[in-house]
Design a protein around this ligand. Structure first.
Ligand code: GDG
Length: 480
């Protein structure tokens, strides 16, 4: 029986080791949820890194962990500390991530990291090929594995390969500055179907293919050697029911309240509003900008002092990369300065949490906030915006969303802003805080309807259906 092999940098599980014993627990991210049924189907498997560097393990423990991982229908790719440092923290997060998010000045191109990126992509290819049988489909995910499709195609030309990019694909003018631009495109073109969150990313990719590779592109199909490669957009959704039901269960009307919810509720009344922001601590998410814009708001609308509070959850991320350490320092300083400037004995304008929270607390935050401020400088999609909408079971609440997030393309009923304009931010925040309930509910209704219909399972289904169709393209081509 043919199977689908999912490949991503990380496996959808967490391994924790204490002394000589270990635990393997499933992780609950958006991708893991979306792929759940694909992974569960038949003898489908997931290939990726376990999160534990090989150097840290004795051969016996490593074998034991691998066997536990295999029980979860996963196969681990062994990576060393050096691999992680050069391929993941290095090339993926210091070269590709900033450039693809238009932070050119943060991009650092090191030859040894490029070599490590190639080496690790080859390691992934080996594991995929070891597990591949004729007729299998492979679905590769994200920017850490851009070379993998071609590495598989070279060895197994008949395999059907899909690739999905979770971050933006930058415009040609940005992408052309990349030292290994042709190698990256060649790697991606090993896929039969390339998927992006939005039409704009798709268009940027096609333009780079045309201009750098000089290939013929017709509508959304690329002719490459004797193959036709399809490119399309598939905006990723969320597990709508999971968020909606959790909000019904743990939301405002629930009898058992967490400590966090009790504290949040102390600040909610007709006249006092909570404003929420949740992101990974990443410079693409626009955290300092947002804090400065909030300061501008309080300066320009002083009647809101003591009446609004920004609850800001920043989840630690990539803290070994210097730009992320700098961002953390800048955020700490800004929050301190602004709280110092405005606070009164009974009011602190920004409540700042630098940690990750359990799922139920996340629901507490979503359901108790009057406004969500999602204002990234660049973001492939942004699922937090969609999750906020899914938890608004009474239809109230306002989403302020950056035009630079992929999700803004499908969320027109949000208040869309340019995250670089403090004025735009302040006017929209004022509008959100004074929006009549009926208008809030009308906007939410449209947003919710769309998100419920196009959830993450549907996203995965549509991608795989489209990938299946490319088999017909291949067959047509063979008979020509
Ligand atoms: C990349 C792209 C694209 C956050 N804090 C906590 C927590 N979360 C969960 C949220 C959400 C997820 O993390 C974050 O997803 P985003 O989409 O917002 O952002 P990235 O991590 O940057 O993801 C992005 C995505 O891939 C998918 O393609 O949308 O553009 O950058 O699901 O709920 N979950 C828990 N505690 C937290 O403290 N439990």
């Amino acid at each position: 029986m043919n199977k689908t092999i999912i490949v991503s940098n990380r496996l959808p599980l967490q391994v924790s080791i204490q002394d000589n014993s270990f635990k393997v627990v499933p992780s609950v991210g958006g991708l893991a949820t979306g792929m759940k049924s694909v992974h569960a189907e038949g003898n489908g498997i997931w290939i990726g890194w376990s999160g534990i560097p090989e150097n840290d393990l004795s051969p016996e423990l490593s074998e034991e962990i691998d066997s536990k991982i295999r029980d979860a229908k996963c196969v681990s790719v062994p990576l060393t500390n050096e691999d992680i440092e050069e391929y993941y923290e290095g090339f993926s997060n210091r070269a590709l991530w900033p450039l693809f998010h238009y932070f050119m000045e943060y991009s650092n191109f090191e030859q040894n990291e490029w070599e490590a990126y190639k080496r690790v992509n080859e390691k992934f290819a080996e594991v995929v090929i070891d597990n591949l049988e004729d007729g299998d489909t492979v679905w590769v995910h994200d920017y850490q594995l851009l070379l993998l499709p071609q590495l598989i195609k070279d060895k197994k030309p008949n395999t059907t390969i899909g690739f999905f990019l979770h971050i933006p694909f930058p415009s040609y003018e940005i992408f052309r500055t990349f030292p290994w631009r042709e190698e990256i495109l060649t790697g991606m073109l090993g896929a039969d179907l390339l998927g992006f969150h939005t039409y704009d990313y798709e268009r940027h990719f096609l333009s780079s293919v045309k201009r750098i590779m000089r290939l013929e592109v017709q509508f959304n199909e690329i002719s490459y050697h004797d193959r036709i490669i399809k490119v399309d957009s598939f905006p990723m959704g969320i597990d709508y029911d999971k968020f909606h039901n959790a909000a019904l269960e743990h939301g405002n009307d629930s009898e058992e309240k967490s400590d966090l919810r009790k504290r949040l509720e102390e600040h909610i009344s007709e006249d006092k509003k909570l404003i929420l922001s949740i992101d990974r601590m990443d410079y693409t998410k626009g955290i300092p900008n947002r804090i400065k814009a909030f300061e501008y708001f309080l300066d320009n609308y002083p009647e809101y002092k003591e009446r609004v509070r920004l609850v800001m959850l920043a989840v630690p991320s990539r803290s070994n990369v210097p730009q992320y350490q700098k961002l953390k320092r800048e955020t700490d300083e800004l929050v301190g300065r602004i709280n110092g400037k405005f606070a009164t004995v009974s009011w602190t304008p920004i409540w700042y949490f630098y940690r990750s929270m359990p799922f139920n607390n996340l629901i507490d935050l979503y359901t108790s906030s009057d406004v969500a401020l999602i204002t990234p400088i660049r973001d492939g999609m942004n699922l937090v915006a969609k999750e906020y909408v899914a938890t608004r079971t009474k239809g109230n609440g306002v989403l302020i969303l950056s035009e630079m997030a992929g999700s803004s393309k499908e969320m027109n009923e949000a208040l869309l802003i340019n995250p670089n304009s403090h004025e735009d931010f302040a006017v929209s925040l004022k509008r959100a805080l004074t929006m009549p309930l009926e208008e809030q509910q009308t906007r939410m209704k449209f947003l919710q309807k769309r998100l419920k219909r196009y959830d993450v399972e549907k996203w995965a289904d549509e991608f795989l259906k489209s990938l299946e169709d490319t088999k017909n393209l291949k067959n047509q081509n063979v008979t020509k």
